[in-house]
Design a protein around this ligand. Structure first.
Ligand SMILES: [Zn+2]
Length: 80
């Protein structure tokens, strides 16, 4: 089984054989050493209700959206 992770900086994807909430790696595309979020988390970030989100949501990096959504209790971590 393959799990997909998305670069919080540029949106490039990487696959791993294990499922965790995020991995830290250097991105092949943008060269940033940072967080790759699990695809399922990225999907839940894109389906949040507009009125629950901060005004600058669209301009926030994926990583920041993730932290913000967590803080607001909009997403749940279902993977350890
Ligand atoms: Zn990247």
């Amino acid at each position: 089984m393959t799990e997909t992770y998305v670069c919080a900086n540029c949106g490039a994807t990487a696959t791993r054989s294990f499922g965790v909430r995020s991995i830290i790696r250097t991105c092949d595309d943008c060269g940033e050493n940072g967080r790759f979020l699990h695809r399922s988390l990225v999907d839940s970030l894109s389906s949040l209700p507009d009125d629950e989100l901060p005004e600058n949501w669209e301009s926030m990096a994926l990583d920041d959206r993730f932290e913000e959504a967590l803080k607001r209790g909009l997403i749940e971590i279902t993977r350890s």
